[in-house]
Design a protein around this ligand. Structure first.
Ligand code: AP5
Length: 206
């Protein structure tokens, strides 16, 4: 699942993973957990993430390689936010070839920039359970799942969002051609409700 910041990758990857019964593997979530736990990886990643830059390829490729070795990934997985550069995509091809588990599809969620900014500025995440909400859709109260406090992500500040958009255009947008050439690309219109987008994904990849 690829697409610009705020396109709804996390939202849709989680729904699709639940529907298919496979784990949702988000490099952003793994990195944020490392930052929160203040591990050496987290300390290294933090300075890149807080300024909206990408964590170096070798670090992220190592994380994904390790995560995909876990038993719950044997039957498949939904990758969210990885790959994000052409070198990451090449590394993923090699890694999956070794596992004999090629990619079935690459879903690119398309959303125009003004809507991305609106989605990111309204995003709130539960401090306790990590559930995600949007102030305009869900209100700004406590987490409806566990009652935990909702907070804004550190990289959702306006100046960091603009940097993330630029990084996306420069580093990640070339993946559209990369996967189109491989015959794997499914471009999904990411506008509309979460359910409408989920239905388009279902219609596109089954
Ligand atoms: P990451 O966590 O992957 O961030 P991102 O790609 O910028 O994407 P977001 O999580 O911001 O948005 P999303 O598309 O998942 O949208 P969401 O579903 O949350 O990465 C963060 C950082 O980690 C990177 O900047 C980088 O530093 C590092 N990193 C991660 N992976 C890396 C990699 N591979 N290589 C190098 N560095 C890496 O939705 C957004 C909001 O919109 C939510 O509030 C949601 O409720 C709402 N929403 C969702 N769908 C809809 C809808 N249909 N209508 C209205 N609102 C909606």
């Amino acid at each position: 699942m690829i697409g610009p910041p705020g396109a709804g990758k996390g939202t849709q990857a989680k729904l699709l993973g639940e529907r298919l019964g496979v784990p949702h593997v988000s490099t952003g979530d793994i990195l944020r957990a490392a930052v929160a736990a203040e591990t050496p990886l987290g300390r290294q990643a933090r300075r890149f993430m807080d300024s909206g830059r990408l964590v170096p390829d070798d670090v992220v490729i190592g994380i994904v390689d390790e995560r995909l070795r876990a038993p719950d990934c044997r039957r498949g997985f939904i990758l969210d936010g990885f790959p994000r550069t052409v070198p990451q995509a090449r590394a993923l091809d090699e890694l999956l070839a070794k596992r004999g588990q090629p990619l079935d599809a690459v879903l690119l969620i398309d959303v125009p920039q003004p809507a991305l900014v609106e989605r990111l500025s309204g995003r709130r995440v539960c401090r306790r359970c990590g559930a995600m909400f949007h102030t305009a859709l869900d209100g700004a109260g406590a987490c409806t799942r566990c009652g935990g406090e909702l907070q804004q992500r550190a990289d959702d500040r306006e100046e960091t969002v603009l940097e993330r958009m630029e990084v996306y255009a420069r580093e990640t947008a070339p993946l559209r051609d990369y996967y189109a050439r491989a015959g794997l690309l499914h471009a999904i219109d990411g506008m509309g409700t979460r359910d409408e987008v989920a239905r388009r994904i279902e219609a596109s990849v089954g």
